[in-house]
Design a protein around this ligand. Sequence first.
Ligand SMILES: Nc1ncnc2c1ncn2[C@@H]1O[C@H](COP(=O)(O)OP(=O)(O)O)[C@@H](O)[C@H]1O
Ligand SMILES: O=c1ccn([C@@H]2O[C@H](COP(=O)(O)O)[C@@H](O)[C@H]2O)c(=O)[nH]1
Length: 259
Amino acid sequence: MEGIFKEKSDCLPNGNALANDEVKSPFLIGVAGGTASGKSTVCKKIMEQLGQAEMDHTQRQVVSISQDSFYRELTPAEKLKAQKGKFNFDHPDAFNEELMYETLQAILNGKKAELPSYDYRTNSLDFDNVLVIYPADVVLFEGILVFYFPKIRDLFHMKLFVDTDSDTRLARRVPRDINERGRDLDAVLTQYMTFVKPAFEEFCSPTKKFADVIIPRGADNTVAIDLIVHHIGEILAATNIAQHNNTVRTAAASMKRDH
Ligand SMILES: Nc1ncnc2c1ncn2[C@@H]1O[C@H](COP(=O)(O)OP(=O)(O)O)[C@@H](O)[C@H]1O
Ligand SMILES: O=c1ccn([C@@H]2O[C@H](COP(=O)(O)O)[C@@H](O)[C@H]2O)c(=O)[nH]1
């Protein structure tokens, strides 16, 4: 997975072109929670309420990325295990921690990043479907273990934990994995009891204590989402004012120089 980062944001295609060496360092929000707790749905709602969802992705001020893009590539033997539902995708070792850290660092340094999507049917990264992350003002990073790795946890400016009861999560995971991830009922339940539930208790649930905001009931919690959206809106407004002031300063300096 070489070449994930592109050069500095001078290649930014939207109107927010950066002046000279100015770096667009985003506000990074981590969104953790158990499987099927509603992490992606919460991120989607936040994007929608900020008017970002319908925007072309090159123009967005808020972008959402998933920890699934950082599953490490499996050896042939591990692939065989995964196909039989016998590989533990809920253990921290299933992720490429170093790449995740470097990528988030690069994004924080205003670089464009290209992330593969994840194909749950083949248990592998899909480099034909790449999500290009342009420098943004707010970046949401969601996944089951985004608060597990201390080095990564320390990068977040704000940490949210989506706290949905485990029966509800299982009831959502079963139809989702069958309909969207190509699994059968038996495999979903066996994987859940063998790996997903024990790993949630050992690795994911203990990270709730690191959260700044816990969102009970996930996307149903409209009050919590409204408060978070309001906070992000204030960050974006402050960024826009700072960018405007910077543009005015640069224009004034260049007029003075030309004079
Ligand atoms: N509040 C909700 N009410 C009903 N279904 C939901 C709700 N939130 C999520 N879902 C459904 O549950 C499944 C998992 O949600 P998702 O947001 O993908 O969870 P996660 O990203 O935590 O795995 C999806 O099929 C989604 O449509
Ligand atoms: O190949 C794979 C990779 C991951 N999983 C399961 O996915 C969830 C994490 O995704 P959520 O959207 O947060 O549910 C994790 O619990 C893994 O068990 C998989 O089944 N196969």
